[in-house]
Design a protein around this ligand. Sequence first.
Ligand code: GRF
Length: 199
Amino acid sequence: MHVAVAVSGRGSNLDALLRTLGPDAPARVVVVLSDRPTAPALTRAAERGIPTAAFRDPSDHREWLEALERHAVDLVVLAGYLRLVPSGVIARYRDRIINVHPALLPAFGGKGMYGRRVHEAVLASGARESGATVHLVDEAYDRGTILGQARVPVLPGDDPARLAARVLEAEHRLLPAAVLAAAAAGRPVPVHESVESHQ
Ligand code: GRF
């Protein structure tokens, strides 16, 4: 399965995915896309010899489709990608785009809910647990069918940074598991947290 990964920042989820997808894995990252030419994740991909593309206009579905078709992409993974996917891309790749969100959707999701703000909201709510969600992507932020979740406890003394780090570990397990499950089934399917590495 040919996988495109869209990033906006440091790319720790991309790293976790690349670590899981060894040479005999049923899925391969064939291109890394970003809305930010300076995203560290792009550098990480280029250092591994993976083709990259920084959009001139991330809202232009034609730029997306040109890159996805050029690399015969089967699955699009949003990993720390912070913009909406153009509706023209959703239409052509419906049910083949997944996103990882650092909270237990449907709570604590939606426009503007990313990064530190998510964990601040979880802590402010008094929730006893948080976690990561992988879901199908549609035209809105964080709304598509949930494919799987990995739960972590909220602990006494947690601040946003400590909770973020605990949730990020869960993301790094859940997203690769979701990609492996999609590769085995030929399309995104419900996923459970246990993941075996394909190194
Ligand atoms: C992660 O918390 C991810 O869930 C969110 O963006 C954050 C950064 O991810 N969407 P990464 O380190 O750039 O993969």
